[in-house]
Structure formats: C-alpha cells, structure tokens
Ligand binder design. Structure first.
Ligand code: 3HC
Ligand code: NAI
Length: 692
C-alpha cells in the first residue's frame, strides 16, 4: 500500500486513513491506495467493520482536478466507490471539514456515514462545468429524493451537517474526537447487527414528484444555466436514475461526465479554479517574507466605497475607525452600514449578535487624530489627485511608523500619491470593486517602492476578507479599468454606427456577461467615467472616442442616478429611449460615420477582441503578472462569464488565427490606431490548460 492510505486496526474495527494533503484529493495514487486497503480489510478476519477517515484539515474534497486534462487512469473513481459498497463487511465514513464532489461520492459508497457537526457537504462539480461523475447523480437521488438531489447538484452550494442528516446523507453526528466516535459508532453497528445499506440497491422514489417534474425543473433553471451544458447533463442523469436500471444509468453518467470534462466550458472553469489560487502567488515574494500585524483599521471617506470597505473589515472581525471631512457624509455612511447589516440580519446571513458586535467595533469620526494607532489605513476620498495628496500628507504626519497606507483609487498614479509621504515603501493600492462588501475582488496595486512585506500583508488581508487579491502594477486604470476603456470605446462607436445601446447590451448578456457595457455605465454614473477619461493623459486624439458618453453627460443624462443615461429609468427598470438613437445618428453624421449593419456576432467579437488585445499589452508592460490574473479580474470584477474563462482564455479558445483575422478586418475598416495586435498575443492568449 502506498503512503497516502494506511490500514490499521483498533480492536475489531479497521481504520483506513487517507492522508494526501492539503485536501485529500482523490488522485490516482490515492485511489490505488484505497483499493489496496479495502482488499486488506476483506482479508483481515479480525476486522468486523472499517472506518474510512481522512487526516489533516478535511475529508476528501473531491477528485484531483489537475488530472482532468488527461484520460482517467484505472482505478477511476466510480470503480473505487463501487468497491467500497461491495465490501463484504460494513464500512463507515468518518467525515470532517468539507466533503465535496468525488469525496462525497466516496462517502456515499460507504454503508454508513458519521460526521462532526461542523462538516460541510456538497457537489461543487457544476462550478467546474462538470457533473458528479462517480455515481453521485445515481446514489444521491436514492438517498435524498429527486428534487433535493438535483438542487444540491445544480446549485453547487454546500450544506451543513444538520441539513445533511435531514436528507439522510449522514446517519450520525459525532461529538468530540471523530476517530474515537466513528470507531464507537462502527462497534455499535456491528453489535446491533445493523443491516448493511448499499445505496445502489435502493430504488428512487419516483412518486415524490409529479410526472412533468423534469420539464418544469428545466424551465426553472433555464435562465441561470444559459449557454452552459453541465446543468442539462445533470438533469439527464437524474432522469435516467428514475427511468433506467442502476447500471445502465451509471454508464450514461460516465459518458456525460466525459463529455462535460472535455468541453471548453469545463476547461475554462478549471482554468479559473487554478488561476484564482495562483493569483495569490507572487514570484519575488517567498514564504520568508513576514506579514505585518493588522489589529486596527482606519478608512478615510464614508462615501459609497469607504462605507463598503469598512463593512468588509468589520465583517472579518477588525475594529474600524471611519473618518470623514463632513458631518452629513459621516452620518450617511454610518447609516448605510447599519442598514446593510440590518438587511443581512433580515435575510438570515448574519445574526443579531454579529450585527451588534460589528456596529460596536465601528467608530465614526471627523477627526484624523483618531487614526494614529491604526495599522492599516484605506483612503477612499474623491478621485482627485489633489485631494488624495492632501490626505496622504496628513496620513504621513499622523500615522504610526510601519502603518500601511492604502489608496482605493481606481485610476490614479499610486507612485505619485506615495511620493508626498516620507514612506513610499508603506504605500499600496487596494482597489476594491463596488459594492465593496459584495464583490469578491481586490486589485492590489504595487507601487514602484512598495515594500514586499506590505504586498504580502495585502495578499493575506484579501484572503482574510474572503476575497481574491490580484497583484498589479501602476498604470492608468491598472488592469480592470484600463482594459475596460477599449471595451466601452468600441461599444460606443457601434452606437454611432447605428447599433442601439440595448442591442449591444442584449448581445453581450446573451453571450454571458452579467450586464451589457451601456447598462454598466448607467449604473456607475456616466459622469464618473467621463471624469475618469478626462484625467487620462494618453487619451487618443480621436473625435469619435467615447463620444456618446460626452454627449449624454452634456445633456444631463448621467445614468440611473438622474433617471436617464443610455436608457430611461422607471425605478431600476431600464427602458430603451429612441432619443438616444437620434442623438447618436446626429453625432455620427457630424463625425462622418456611416450607419452599418452590425450583427450580434460582430458585437461580441469586437468587444472581446478589444479586451484580448489590450490584455496582451497589459502583460507586455508587466502590469499584470499572468494571463490568468487578467481572467480572474474580469470573472470576479466585471461579470465576465466564468464558463468562458476570462478574456485571455476566451481568446485562446476562439483561436489566435480568428482573433488576428478579426483584428485585421477592424484595422482595415478603422485604421491601425487600436487594432494592431501585439506580437506577444499568441503567448498571452494560448493558456496551458493544466495546473502546471
Ligand atoms: N483537486 C486538486 N487540487 C485541489 C482540489 C482538488 N479537488 N481542491 C483543492 N485543491 C488544491 C488547490 O489548488 C490548492 O493548491 P495550491 O496550494 O497548490 O494552490 C490547495 O489544494 C488548497 O486549496 P484552497 O487554497 O482552495 O484551500 P481552502 O482551504 O481555501 O479550500 C476547498 C479548500 C474548500 C476544498 C477548496 O479547495 C475547494 O473548493 N476545492 C475544490 C472542491 C471541488 O470542486 N471538488 C470537486 C472536484 S470534481 C470531482 O470531484 C468530480 C467527481 O464527481 C468525479
Ligand atoms: P464618494 O463621492 O461616494 O465618497 C467620497 C467621500 O470622501 C465623500 O463622502 C467625501 O465627503 C469624503 N471625503 C472627501 N475628502 C475627504 C477628506 N479629505 N477626508 C475625509 N473624507 C473626505 O466616492 P466613492 O465612489 O466612494 O469613491 C471613492 C474612491 O473610490 C475614489 O478614489 C474612486 O475612484 C474609488 N472607487 C470608486 C468606485 C465606485 O464604483 N464608486 C469603485 C472603485 C473605486
């Protein structure tokens, strides 16, 4: 037996321990080890039952995802699960941590399951564009019922031990030491001669759902699964569990799993899984770099971002002092925080006690002197270099030595801000996305002089805030906003060419974006982007560049906040306005732009190619470390469809030849100002699909 799985005996109970850190993923060697241990158990006449348990922080968290780019090697997981179920003596799974995907399937192969109360159970395969492919789609409906099983697999969300017990996923919750408890439970089962339960031999209760259940279920999930393939394959598998004998349905599950695994969607989602974990790894930041201790946080500016950022830190347990220059602004910010926590309580996402303790940790202040003992200060005042410099000069004078001074600027030069302090090593950008308490991303902006331990602390902070931190360097707009510029530039040029804003948005939403580019501008405020582009030193001398933004701002159409922008607003409801098309036609005529027929395909292609080209430039300049980081930023900060992998992965999946051909077409039509692909495009778009 290999050293990943060990066999031992405690009296009459065998203990099979999987020890494959960090998460006991079920890679090939682990699967082999389990099979060998099962054979030893079968041959061990003194063992009356076995406990299957894992060392370390969790029970198996699933199949080893890094093996999925190659064909499965025997014994593949479904065979291992079956071998457990076929064991001649009782097998008990002893569960802690997160039992996910293939890990849960392994547990369902066992005849009994016990778990500690803190354990979590789930089938996250859908988040990887997969289905539970080791008999999960067949065993779970037999145990939990058709609808509950589908909900668990389609949502991908984990449940706690109490819920798992309710739907029969576990039989027993163990108090205290899991190994002891599981051995006691196994001994009891043996003593009571509890009948061995083989889930595959159970039948699915088809009477629990109406005859049109599957049709209705498909309708229910149609919206959330738009363009995606795995959801339908899961429904097909569960339907097969109802209609076909177990073995036949299992074969179908195997075929559909392979289909999903080979799909570009699953490759894209697996790419993001590893890219998100790689984002925190920085080549010149070894493990020896210590982090600074953060005990107290200060946030400057209690506007939209400041109050959201304060909530992030409060939620994660830090005391926060929120400083404003203006009494009304402070009261509004604190009230917004209270209201947000209140809503979280009402929605059951937070307890009343947590709400109170968060509010108790918050101090609102109009006095900068209150930040003197803060270990981290996050500035979120107006996006104006002069104001930022004034604030940082004050921070430099008041903050204790070693405090980290961060700016939430979305575009401005972090080095220029750092230069007004006597300690540019301590200055860094922490670019949160709006709404800060919801969005999972922070662009961590490394200035030219930022110290490595400040970067390491920022990356660690992001993890503690349960966010993904991606490290970027200084340029106008960093990665996210810089790449957004060509994206909105093209969207607006297409409006001048005669495509209605709603058509552009609809094409992008149908393709998978959370929102279309025009709706995003309306939501954020057209004036914000207008100012933002106005401050851009390298703004092209191109009269058509983001012309619609300027014209709509001039007409007071600033977006949702003024009830009109690219759309009219009836509350939050966006209503297309023919007046915008008329304005566009007038502007186009003045600029000599002729109307053209623009297809949905062109809309998607032009916007995605513009992203890929700018992404390659960003990588050439070293602003982002890796193509994967750009993909992580767009998937987590801009609602880019995860199943398309992010702009750089998507371009790679479309193929370099097609991207270059599209760029050549646009170059011919619009000139080479924007559309000359960097030579590095091939290197930056064709991402390897494996973990290495
Ligand atoms: N396969 C391979 N590597 C995995 C893995 C898996 N299933 N799960 C985690 N890892 C790796 C991560 O890449 C990371 O590696 P690194 O240290 O080199 O970056 C390391 O384990 C630790 O992972 P996290 O940083 O994510 O650790 P956390 O403690 O934050 O989270 C977790 C732990 C909740 C288990 C999280 O890792 C996770 O969600 N893992 C994926 C679970 C999953 O999707 N399982 C289903 C797999 S598909 C499957 O089982 C198919 C089957 O039905 C046939
Ligand atoms: P905001 O206008 O809502 O809030 C700014 C707040 O700062 C105001 O309440 C103002 O009274 C206060 N303030 C101004 N000068 C101050 C000073 N000297 N001391 C203390 N408080 C002061 O602005 P918003 O939207 O919150 O933006 C703040 C920063 O966050 C900007 O740099 C912006 O670029 C950035 N950002 C904004 C995003 C957004 O979507 N709103 C997204 C990401 C970053």
């Amino acid at each position: 037996m290999n050293n990943l799985v060990t066999y031992a005996r405690d009296g009459g109970i065998a203990v099979i321990t999987i020890d494959n850190p960090p998460v006991n993923a079920l890679g090939h060697a682990t699967r082999l080890g389990i099979c060998e241990a099962l054979e030893q158990f079968a041959a061990d006449h003194d063992a009356q039952a076995a406990v299957l348990i894992c060392a370390g922080r969790t029970f198996c968290a699933g199949a080893d995802i890094s093996e999925f780019n190659a064909p499965p090697e025997d014994p593949w997981l479904p065979a291992v699960v079956q071998k457990i179920e076929d064991a001649p003596k009782r097998v008990v799974a002893a569960i802690h941590g997160t039992v996910l995907g293939g890990g849960l399937e392994l547990a369902l192969g066992c005849h009994f399951r016990c778990a500690v109360a803190s354990a979590k159970f789930g089938f996250p395969e859908i988040t990887l564009g997969l289905l539970p492919g080791a008999s999960g789609t067949q065993r779970l409906p037999r145990l939990a019922g058709i609808e509950k099983a589908l909900d668990l697999m389609i949502s991908g969300k984990p449940m706690d031990a109490a819920q798992a017990r309710q739907i029969h996923i576990i039989d027993e919750i163990v108090e205290g030491d899991l190994r002891r408890g599981a051995i006691g439970y196994a001994s009891r089962i043996v003593a009571e001669r509890a009948p061995v339960r083989r889930i595959s031999k159970m039948s699915v209760d088809r009477t629990a759902v109406p005859p049109d259940f599957f049709d209705r279920y498909r309708e229910r999930i149609a919206r959330q699964s738009r363009n995606q393939i795995a959801q339908e394959q899961i429904v097909r598998c569960v339907e097969a569990a109802v209609q076909l004998p177990y073995r036949q349905a299992l074969k179908l599950e195997g075929r559909l799993f392979e289909k999903c695994k080979k799909s570009v969607q699953s490759r894209a989602l697996r790419h993001l899984f590893f890219a998100e974990r790689e984002a925190g790894k920085v080549p010149d930041l070894g493990r020896e770099v210590a982090t600074r201790e953060i005990r107290k946080v200060a946030v400057i500016g209690a506007g939209t971002m400041g109050s959201g950022i304060a909530m992030c830190f409060l939620n994660a347990g830090w005391p926060v002092v929120l400083v404003e220059s203006d009494r009304v602004g402070l009261d509004r910010g604190v009230a917004a925080i209270r209201k947000n926590f209140e809503t979280a309580v009402q929605k059951g996402r937070m307890s009343r006690d947590e709400h109170e303790s968060c509010m108790n940790r918050l101090i609102g202040s109009l006095d900068y002197a209150d930040i003197g003992d803060a270990d981290l200060v996050v500035e979120a005042v107006f996006e104006d270099m002069k104001v930022k410099k004034q604030v940082f000069a004050k921070l430099d004078a008041l903050c204790r030595p070693g405090a980290i001074l961060a700016t939430n600027t979305s575009t401005l030069d972090v080095d220029e801000i750092a230069a007004v302090t006597s300690r540019p090593r301590d200055v860094i950008g922490l670019h949160f996305f709006a709404p800060a308490n919801v969005m999972p991303l922070i662009e961590i902006v490394r200035g030219g002089k930022t110290a490595t331990d400040v970067i390491a602390t920022a990356l660690a902070l992001a993890r503690r805030l349960r966010k993904i931190g991606t490290l970027v360097r200084v340029c106008f707009g960093f990665v996210a906003n810089r790449m957004f510029i060509p994206y909105i530039r093209e969207a607006q040029l297409m409006i001048l060419e005669g495509a209605a804003p709603e058509r552009i948005d609809q094409a992008m939403v149908e393709w998978g974006m959370a929102m279309g580019p025009n709706a995003v501008l309306d939501l954020s405020g057209l004036d914000v982007f207008h100012r933002f582009l106005g401050a851009w030193k390298d703004r092209p001398h191109d009269p058509s560049f983001c012309r619609m933004l300027t014209v709509l701002c001039e007409r007071g159409r600033l977006g949702q906040k003024t009830g009109a922008g690219f759309y009219n607003y009836d509350g939050r409801n966006a209503v297309p306005d023919p007046e915008v098309a008329a304005v566009a036609a007038r502007e186009a005529a003045a600029l000599g732009i002729r109307p053209r027929r623009i297809t949905d395909r062109e809309i998607v292609r032009r916007l995605t190619v513009s992203l890929a080209l700018e992404g390659a430039r960003v990588l050439d300049e070293g602003i982002a470390l890796r193509s994967g980081d750009i993909d992580v930023i767009f998937a987590n900060g801009f609602g880019f469809p995860r199943y398309r992998g992010g702009p750089m992965f998507y371009a790679g999946s479309v193929g370099l030849a097609r991207i270059e051909a599209a760029a050549a077409r646009y170059r011919k039509r619009y000139g080479d100002r924007y559309w000359t692909p960097p030579e590095s495009l091939a290197r930056h778009t064709l991402r390897p699909l494996t973990k290495s």
